[in-house]
Design a protein around this ligand. Sequence first.
Ligand SMILES: Nc1ncnc2c1ncn2[C@@H]1O[C@H](COP(=O)(O)OP(=O)(O)O)[C@@H](O)[C@H]1O
Ligand SMILES: O=C(CO)[C@@H](O)[C@@H](O)COP(=O)(O)O
Length: 563
Amino acid sequence: MGKKYTIGVDYGTQSGRAVLVDLSNGHEIADHVTPYPHHVIDERLPGSGIKLEYDWALQHPDDYLEVLRTSVPAVVRESGVNPEDIIGIGIDFTACTMLPVDEAGEPLCFQAELADQPHSWVKLWKHHAAQPEADKINRIAEERGEAFLARYGGKISSEWMIAKIWQILDEAPDIYEKTNMFLEATDWVISQMTGNIVRNSCTAGYKAIWHKRDGYPSKEYFKALDPRLEHLTDTKLRGEVIPLGSNAGGLQPSMAEMMGLKPGIAVAAGNVDAHAAVPAVGVVTPGKLVMAMGTSICHMVLGTEEKEVEGMCGVVEDGIIPGLFGYEAGQSAVGDIFEWYVEESLPAYVKEAASKEGLSVHQWLEREASAYKPGQSGLLALDWWNGNRSVLVDTDLTGMILGMTLLTKPQEVYRALLEATAFGTRKIVDAFQESGVDVDALYACGGLPQKNRLLMQIYADVTKREIFVADSKQTPALGAAIFAAVAAGKEAGGYDDVVTAAQQMARVKEETFKPIPENVEVYEKLYQEYNLLHDYFGRGENDVMKRLKKIKLSTEAELKPVR
Ligand SMILES: Nc1ncnc2c1ncn2[C@@H]1O[C@H](COP(=O)(O)OP(=O)(O)O)[C@@H](O)[C@H]1O
Ligand SMILES: O=C(CO)[C@@H](O)[C@@H](O)COP(=O)(O)O
C-alpha cells in the first residue's frame, strides 16, 4: 500500500483551517485557513441588522460549510496528493458551540421567517448570556444532591449546552418549540458530510452532562429545572452518542464532489478543538497537562481514576483518549486579553514605534516587556476579562489591574497581563495537583506558543514546570487528522487506535521552556498576592465586580432589565 493521507479541519473562533497529513509520519503536507465571512456575530444579526444583547456571541452555520468548500479543495490542490490516497476526514470545533435544527437537520436560522430571531442562530462557546440559567442549574442540582455536579468541578458553566438551551426556552419559546434537535456545531458539520446525525462522546460528556454509564441527568432533575424541560434528553437531545475515533459514516457524494474527495471515505466523529490537540502533541498518558493556547486556554490532563477537582470543566471517561479519564479546565480569555489591550488601550506612540521598526505591536511590546524582571513593574492583574472559567466558574467576574502609577508604561501593563494569565493557569495546575491529578510537565500548542517566547517563559516560571511545545502549525487540525486515521482503520491504511496513531504522527519541538530559579522565587511571592485578590474578589468577600455589572446593565436603556 502506498502513502495514505487524511484531512483534519480545525474550527476555531475566528476561522477554520484544514491540513492534509501524511499518515506515516504526521507531516502536514498542506494547510489552508478560511476566515469566517461573518466573523463572530456579537453586535447585530446578519441581514436583519437586529441588535444583540450584552454578552451574546453567535456564528453563521454557512461559514462552517465555507471552510469545507474553500480550505479542503485548497489543501488537496496544494499538496498534489491523489484524492484516491486520502482515506478519511476529521474535524474539531470550539465547544459548546450549538444550534437548533429542524426535521431536515437544517439550522433554524436558514429559514427566512426565523432569520431575524437571534435564538435561531448558532450560539458560540463564548456566548455568556445564559448565566441566570446556569445559576439555577447549579442551585437546583445542589439542592437535589445531584451526583453529576462533582464531575464538573461543582458547577455547570453558562457556556455549556443545557444553560444555552434553557435560555432559548426562557426567551424564545417558539424557537424552542420549532427545534427538532439541539446539536453541537461539530456534530452538525459531521451530519452535513455524512447525512447521519450522531453525537460525539466528547462534547456530550463535557458540555451536555452525558455520562458513559449513567447517560444524561434524570427527567426529575430536568423537570425540577422547568417542567417544559422534563423530556429534553429523549426529544431535542436524543441521538446515538458515539466514541471518539469512530466512523460517523461515509462521505456523501455531493459533499465529496464539493471538496474534491473520494465519496464514501471515513468521516470521524466530531471532536473538540482543545481535546483533539492532546494526541497531536503525543500525550496519551497521565501527568502531562496540555494547554491549547489561543484566544482562550483549555487545559487537558489524563488520569486513571475519576477525581473531584474544584472548578474543573469536567472529567469524562474516554473523553480525550479511550481507556483514560480526560480532565478539562480552562481560562475563557488569554490571547483575547492581549488583543483587547493592543486594540483598545494602547497609546498611539507604541503603534508608531512598532511600525517604524517593522514589528507587530505584540512583538514590540514583548521585546520591551522582556527587559523587565519579574515584579519590577509593581503591577498585578486578575485575568477575568471574559469571566472566570476555572476554578471559580463565574462569567460575571471582570478584569482588574492593580498598582498603576503615573510612571506605568504600556509594556509593563502588557507584561502584567501575560503574568495574570500565567497565574490563572497556575491556579488550575494547583487545583489538579491538590485533588490527586498529577501535573508533572506542560505541553503547549495553539497560536500563542509560536508567537510569544516571553509568555512561555513566564508560564514555566510561574507554574514551576518544564513546557514542551507542539511542533505543528495546526495542532488541533493534526489531532482531527489522527482521529480520521483511526476512523478509517488499519485496513484502509490508517490506524487501529489513537495511541498507535499518536505515536506515529505526533511530535513536539526539541527546545523546551524550563523554569528559571530566580524568577520562580519572585513569581511565587506575586502568585500569593494574586491568590489573595482571587479569593477576595472571586469568592464572595467583595462582590463589587457583580454589583458594577448590575449597575452597568440597568443603565443601558435599550437592554432588558437584569433578570
Ligand atoms: N505576539 C503575540 N503575543 C501574544 N498574543 C498574541 C500575539 N499575536 C497574537 N496574539 C493573540 O493570539 C490570539 C489568537 O490565537 P490563535 O491561536 O491564533 O487563535 P484561536 O484561539 O482563534 O485558535 C489573539 O487573541 C491575539 O490577540
Ligand atoms: O471551550 C473550549 C473547549 O472545551 C474551546 O473550544 C474554547 O475555549 C475556544 O477555544 P479557542 O480559544 O478558539 O481555541
